[in-house]
Design a protein around this ligand. Structure first.
Ligand code: FE2
Ligand code: FE2
Length: 269
């Protein structure tokens, strides 16, 4: 088995979505099997690209140029699934990137176990969204997608705690806020496979936010810093704009993010 950081880099350098997720899932299975045998695999070092490899389609547009479609229409629902597929593909790369990018920082094995598991789940989520799109006669790449998704990774390319604050604890926590509304849209449209897929995503995303909170607190403890103050400072530095209520306070609590972390950063606070 190659060192984990090299696995991460190989995923980041694979362009096609289905190929990227297949490789990601294979590496995650190899890692898990080694851990189940009681091994402590090598982390190693890597040279991850600034931007992960991506397929030729979808075309990436600035968010304001991505056409808005009403979710009450079949086209609108396809656009919504396509947007989620795009988020999931970015998430696959984000989780492998945190492993490769910060491989030089000494962390407990549990840190790698968590992000490998998260990357594996994101790979499954991307495939689920692709399956739903294909069932509706579309596919990932058929519509334009947001260009700005890698911004958070670029902004925090040399700030490990900034990465944890912005990616799992802000962006993925936002997913917990908005996914129930999305599930409702597909429930009303009687799209049973989309409902099932989004429910899987919703359930598994809680743990990704929790991993973020866990390892953010761990690093604060290592550096003797106050977690809430550090979180606020990092989000104000790296996240562009205010956080948008309403918040899913229950799921955020389950993921280890208390209200005094996000409310002071909210719109109008
Ligand atoms: Fe996901
Ligand atoms: Fe996630």
């Amino acid at each position: 088995m190659i060192p984990l950081a090299e696995m991460a880099e190989a995923v980041l350098r694979t362009a096609d979505g289905r190929e990227k997720t297949a490789l990601s899932r294979r590496f995650a299975a190899d890692w898990q099997a080694a851990r189940d045998r009681g091994e402590t695999p090598q982390i190693g070092r890597a040279d991850p690209p600034v931007h992960p490899a991506r397929p030729a389609a979808p075309e990436l547009l600035s968010p304001r140029d991505v056409p808005r479609r009403r979710p009450g229409t079949p086209e609108g629902r396809i656009a919504l699934l396509h947007a989620v597929a795009h988020i999931e593909l970015n998430a696959v790369d984000l989780h492998w990137d945190i492993i490769a990018r910060f491989a030089h920082v000494k962390m407990p094995m549990g840190f790698y176990d968590d992000w490998v598991k998260a990357a594996d789940e994101e790979s499954k989520h991307f495939n689920l969204m692709c399956d739903c799109l294909e069932e509706l006669g579309s596919h990932y790449g058929a519509l334009p997608a947001h260009a700005g998704m890698w911004r958070a990774a670029e902004d925090t390319v040399d700030d490990f705690m900034g990465r944890l604050a912005v990616v799992p604890m802000v962006l993925e926590a936002r997913g917990l806020d908005v996914t129930p509304g999305m599930i409702e849209i597909f429930r009303k449209a009687k799209s049973t496979s989309a409902v099932a897929a989004l429910e899987t995503i919703y359930a598994e995303e809680v743990s990704h936010v929790a991993y973020g909170s866990k390892w953010f607190h761990f690093l604060c403890g290592r550096h003797e810093e106050d977690p809430k103050e550090r979180f606020h400072a990092l989000v104000r530095t790296y996240f562009h704009g205010a956080l948008k209520p309403p918040f899913n306070e229950e799921k955020r609590a389950e993921a280890g993010i208390p209200p005094d972390f996000y409310w002071p950063l909210a719109d109008g606070a």
